[in-house]
Design a protein around this ligand. Structure first.
Ligand code: SF4
Length: 325
């Protein structure tokens, strides 16, 4: 399923999500990523799937939710600009629907002219800008070795200089990684140079890829909101997920979990909407696990739970605030 939703989004309202790339394919492997560690770390663009199949999936979800969509959002289970079909898909959406289009991107490939051109027809391009220097960039995003920090920054500036739509910037704060005064002030200068229409301050509200990732204190969040002049989206999202196209509760829960870790209560509510009790089976079979994070219980695919043994060692040493069951 390449298109899904509708997904409740604080930024994009009722969002029809589109993923034109395979699961967890990204140019970064961010320590805070809610999808776990990147499986396919690559800076190489390609056509991953049949473009017509992706578009017909978009049409199907759009038909089922006619009139209720705020945005068609290209987000991917990783970095959507890795798909060379992205520009064409955005143009086809614009020609076929009256909905606004958005792309959520890490901006890492904007130094390539073709990537900038592919995004020109989007209404909104939402870019991650979380670090102001190469060292912090590498610690936070763990990019592919061929991705260069200054080249990424220049690519974003080049795009901002010509893009006619709105640029929104997403500022992810990870405690002690990018939250000291010096780094935040330097980041503000980089963001100001892009002149974004909106700035969103975020924290890792869902279980992160690495258990040592922490949400900053409320004082630091307040300081960041004041410094960046941003909108606060540091609280977990509310709202019901669209279930059109899913034939069973287990299919819906597994599919949504792979893109958007669900709170246990949200997964139970999906079960209820199908009048099926399958969540306990999914948990006992090991396909899904319950993770406690920031006083909430989440249901996540087992392979997202810190990927490999390092995290378990951290847990044993008592370094993590995340509990895994
Ligand atoms: S947070 Fe986004 S950019 Fe970072 S690894 Fe996850 S999908 Fe990639």
């Amino acid at each position: 399923m390449y298109a899904y939703g509708l997904v409740p989004s604080r930024r994009f309202g009722r969002s029809l999500g589109v993923s034109p790339i395979p699961e967890k394919t990204c140019s970064y492997s961010c320590v805070y990523c809610q999808l776990g560690r990147t499986k396919n770390l690559t800076p190489v663009r390609q056509s991953f799937f049949d473009q017509n199949a992706i578009f017909s999936d978009i049409e199907k979800v759009a038909r089922a939710n006619k009139g209720n969509i705020d945005y068609i959002t290209f987000v991917g289970d990783g970095e959507p600009t890795l798909s060379i079909d992205l520009g064409s898909l955005i143009r086809r959406c614009r020609q076929s629907f009256s909905y606004r289009t958005a792309v959520i991107t890490n901006g890492s490939l904007f130094w390539q002219k073709e990537v900038r051109e592919d995004l020109m027809d989007a209404d909104v391009v939402n870019i991650t800008m979380a670090t102001s220097d190469a060292q912090t960039f590498h610690r936070m995003h763990r990019p592919h070795p061929r991705i260069d920090f200054e080249q990424v920054q220049q690519g974003i500036l080049d795009f901002a200089a010509v893009f006619r739509g709105e640029i929104w910037v997403e500022i992810m704060l990870v405690d002690t990684v990018n939250t000291d005064d010096e780094r935040m002030n330097a980041l503000k200068a980089r963001i100001d140079a892009v002149h974004p229409a909106r700035r969103y301050v975020m924290v890792p509200t869902r279980p992160p890829a690495e258990p040592w990732v922490h949400i900053p204190s409320p004082e630091i969040i307040m300081k960041a909101l004041s410094l960046f002049g941003g909108t606060d989206i540091t609280q977990p999202e509310e709202g019901a997920f669209g279930l059109d196209g899913f034939s069973s509760a287990s299919e819906a829960i597994i599919e949504i979990c792979h893109r958007h870790p669900l709170r246990l209560s949200q997964a139970r509510s999906i079960e209820g909407r199908f009048s099926q009790n399958t969540l306990d089976d999914l948990l006992s079979s090991g396909k899904l696990r319950v993770v406690e994070y920031q006083d909430h219980k989440y249901v996540v695919p087992s392979e997202f739970v810190f990927g490999i043994g390092v995290a378990w060692n951290d847990l044993r040493k008592g370094m993590a605030r995340v509990n895994v069951r």
